[in-house]
Design a protein around this ligand. Structure first.
Ligand code: DC
Length: 389
């Protein structure tokens, strides 16, 4: 999911965007920093640098393994950036780099033309404004010297290519009298939430009982409230899906073996469980998962393919990571422990179930890796987390 935040200099879009991204578990990109970087290193091709992994533009700018964000923030660099931003070639390069990095991920992207030009299909678009005096003061506090905000505004809004102005479908937020926190609160209110369904109704009714019965403890859980995510837990028991669903707060689409159809039939669909035929490439199922992710849903795939009930984690099949390699969604690996060798007869005495969420892996993190390599990497992380639980 892309959330676009545009606005003029000093409108607070960088601070608000960073905080918003942090609050909802997205990554943050300031496109202004790319213009600033290009102003400093005009000879470099941004897309090539990004593809080669030398340039990282998420949550700041890393160049050849050092953080250059502070250097880029100098007012002189901003001035130069505003000038080179008039060039169509420069804009196309910046836009291509932004599109490449963000493909298939969850990002808050901040700039002047993000909702209007770079991501016209962004799921949510904001345009921040504030009184020019307030904006000039904020900038001055930032850079420690007087800034010619009116000149900058004029250049940014009146340039013939991609002028800074709200997209037709952007929500305009005036934050002259809002604190940073209040601005972010206002933005969050405009991000559409998924409607609860039967699964969520059941999770609300029986989820607390499941959590207390299994004494579920959860660590490192990212917000997962908005955007597309693919969770890839280890699998020791049918109960782990119930424990996982009980800890989540939005409809969670599970991919299960097609054999479940004979026992559960139409109930599966109602509970957001879709089935996949194992052992063959099930094109229909793959397309369905792609569609779910494309419509910003939360999907769970068990990369082991079936339960390994004794707790000896099985090999991870590479298929689950097709969606990551094809840049359709970030993966959140999950380790679950405490349900090994469980059967209906021996759930008493109670178990202690521990669920640990691992840091998300975004498509840009695995550029150039094969599905098999990604599967190995994720398995190693899940195994280490499992053993630590
Ligand atoms: O947001 P900033 O001050 O870091 O941006 C520096 C300059 O880059 C800004 O004056 C205009 C240009 N810019 C742009 O033209 N389009 C964007 N999407 C972002 C920045």
């Amino acid at each position: 999911m892309i959330i676009a935040i545009d606005g003029l200099a000093g409108s607070g879009k960088t601070s608000a965007g960073r905080l918003l991204a942090n609050r909802i578990g997205f990554r943050f990109i300031s496109s202004g920093l790319l213009y600033r970087f290009k102003a400093l290193k005009p000879e470099l091709d941004l897309v090539e640098e990004v593809k080669q992994g030398r340039l990282r533009i998420e949550n700041g700018v890393m160049w050849s393994n050092s953080d250059v964000t502070a250097d880029l923030m100098a007012e002189g660099v901003g001035e130069k950036a505003s000038q080179i931003a008039l060039s169509v070639e420069v804009r196309e390069q910046v836009n291509a780099a932004l599109r490449f990095v963000t493909e298939g991920g969850n990002y808050v992207v901040e700039g002047r033309d993000i909702g209007s030009v770079v991501f016209p299909k962004a799921a949510v678009k904001f345009f921040l404004t504030a009184d020019p005096h307030v904006r000039a003061m904020r900038r001055e506090n930032q850079v420690g010297s007087g800034v010619a905000i009116a000149d900058r505004d004029r250049r940014d809004t009146s340039r013939p290519v991609a002028p800074a102005r709200p997209a037709a479908d952007a929500t305009i937020v005036d934050n002259t009298n809002l604190s940073l926190e209040q601005t972010v609160d206002a933005l969050v209110k405009h991000i559409p939430r998924e409607r609860p369904d039967l699964q969520r109704f059941l999770a609300a009714v029986i989820g607390p009982a499941i959590k207390s019965f299994f004494r579920v403890t959860v660590t490192n859980k990212p917000p997962l409230e908005y955007g597309r995510w693919l969770l890839t837990p280890n699998h020791t028991s049918g109960w782990d899906a119930f424990c996982l669903a009980a800890t989540l707060t939005r409809p969670t689409h599970f991919v299960a073996k097609s054999e479940l159809k004979s026992s559960l039939g139409p109930l599966l669909g109602l509970l957001d469980v879709m089935t996949i035929v194992r052992g063959t490439p099930d094109i229909t199922a793959i397309k369905k998962v792609a569609r779910l992710l494309g419509s910003e849903k939360l999907v769970v795939i068990y990369p082991e393919g079936h339960r390994y009930r004794d707790g000896n984690m099985g090999p991870f099949k590479s298929g689950a990571f097709y969606f990551l390699r094809k840049r359709m969604a970030p993966v959140v690996p999950v380790a679950i422990r405490g349900l090994e060798k469980i059967s209906f007869a021996d759930i008493v005495p109670r178990r202690r179930v521990r669920i640990k969420f691992l840091d998300p892996i975004f498509p840009i993190d695995v550029v150039g890796l094969t599905e098999e390599e990604i599967a190995e990497l994720v398995r190693a992380r899940v195994l280490a987390a499992y053993e630590s639980l």
